[in-house]
Design a protein around this ligand. Sequence first.
Ligand SMILES: Nc1ncnc2c1ncn2[C@@H]1O[C@H](COP(=O)(O)OP(=O)(O)OP(=O)(O)O)[C@@H](O)[C@H]1O
Length: 239
Amino acid sequence: MIETRSLTKRYGRVTAVDELSFTVAPGHVTGFLGPNGAGKSTTMRMILGLDRPDGGEALVDGRRYTAIRRPAHVLGALLDATALQPGRSGRAHLRAVAAANGIGAARVAEVLDRVGLTGAARRPASAYSLGMKQRLGIAQALLGDPGVLMFDEPVNGLDPEGVRWIRGLLRDLAAEGRTVLVSSHLMTEMALTAERLLVIGRGKLIADTTVAALTAGGESLEDAYFRLTETSVEYGGTR
Ligand SMILES: Nc1ncnc2c1ncn2[C@@H]1O[C@H](COP(=O)(O)OP(=O)(O)OP(=O)(O)O)[C@@H](O)[C@H]1O
């Protein structure tokens, strides 16, 4: 379970996350949506204890992440799959993370297998394609067999087979009773993967709902999303 209560983060004059309160429950995939700059990554970073809130709090299974004694066994996260040490193989990377968390090498082999990287495990991870780096990041998140998983744009860089694979993986992880929070800009993918949706804009909660409720009137998820966020887009992009 993930809970945020009045979570707030400011960068200078920008309020990146603004009194955000929500609960992410186990057993289904929860999509985390919002335009560029809405505050999704900042929220995830605060849940992970990488950024300190200016107000409010973020709790994982009732505790602040930084107060959890064996965090890899409670929350696994993929935030930036490209942050890898040059020259280290995928397996060596995972072994180093595992050792730092008191996890044995047998578990490394298991997670490599689960993400389909066993064949590439000895190659330098820094030379992996983006999709392979995403898979390695997911393997890292799974190392401690945590009950809570948080993925920031996990579909990024994956080919169609990879997109389908991650859809199945996320749904399986949720069906195993885990809490799964996943951010994405791909509405069609979220419609297929997520059951619940949190939509934010300019750091504020816009909707805490289900895919079924948003699409019940025959509207596509994409159209519903644009309707919800039309006043929250502050960049000059096209859509
Ligand atoms: N380290 C930082 N320093 C200054 N401003 C920041 C920093 N990190 C984020 N911001 C600002 O906070 C706001 C929220 O950014 P954030 O990356 O959390 O949004 P996001 O929803 O994850 O966006 P995207 O979909 O583009 O990844 C933006 O205005 C961003 O410019």
